[in-house]
Ligand binder design. Sequence first.
Ligand code: AG3
Length: 273
Amino acid sequence: VADLWFTEYQTPNLRLGLRIKDVLLNKQSPYQHILVVDTDQYGKVLVLDGAIQLTETDEFCYHEMMAHLVLCAHPCPERVLVIGGGDGGVVREAIKHEAVKKVTLVDIDEDVINTSRTFFPNVSCALEDERVEIKPMDALLYVKEHFNEFDIVIIDSTDPVDFASGLFEPEFYKDVHKALKDDGLMIAQTESPFAEPKLLSEAFKGLRSVFENVYLAWGVVPTYPTGFWTYSVGSKSIDPRIQRRSAPKGTKYYSDDMHPLAFKLPPFVREII
Ligand code: AG3
């Protein structure tokens, strides 16, 4: 029996290995390498430029936190912008909120969107919802042309390398700030305090230079480097630690109990930011 393994080089000194049942897609898009493998441990896995973006088994941990931490903190989230996230996982969670009238997804790589439609129907399902608008383009340009329009901006980026690095810069955060309404909230994935402490503190510092208030939340995502993941929330006025609307039904990681808990930080994380 063949003994085939996928390996992610999570840091220069740390690898994650998953036994492969099948390679379902292995191609180069105009922007990045796209790999879909089927594994015994975590089901199907989406990998972009060597970095795991989601697995069928644990994607809920990440997508629920990215969406509901801000959507449940906002009194009335009607307009939502998702940047990156072409797989549709965050969009799926966002449209669980009846208050949400329209979700705009801006991902630079249409091939990621179509890959998700083909191999991850349970993640991409909401992309066909009538409340969802899809813009395959560079988000750095999109946010420059939208002012005072969104209640919520969710930055579901890849790691800050290559075309995604601009999504971790203060210049971009300034445009996000302008795209938000006066009571708007934004959230960005900001990596692991064990694998990338510098990246986390730089991103957090960048956000603090732009937003009136910035908060750090954390959660577990087993297949991301070290499994300990962070989410940075930028706010113009409201305090996102207070949950104003209850969790949608059927969530598996996020809940009314988890909301305030996510903002409680272990001391070593407090020291990094
Ligand atoms: N975006 C965050 C992925 C970061 C993972 N990093 C890594 N594996 N080195 C995920 C997109 C899912 N919608």
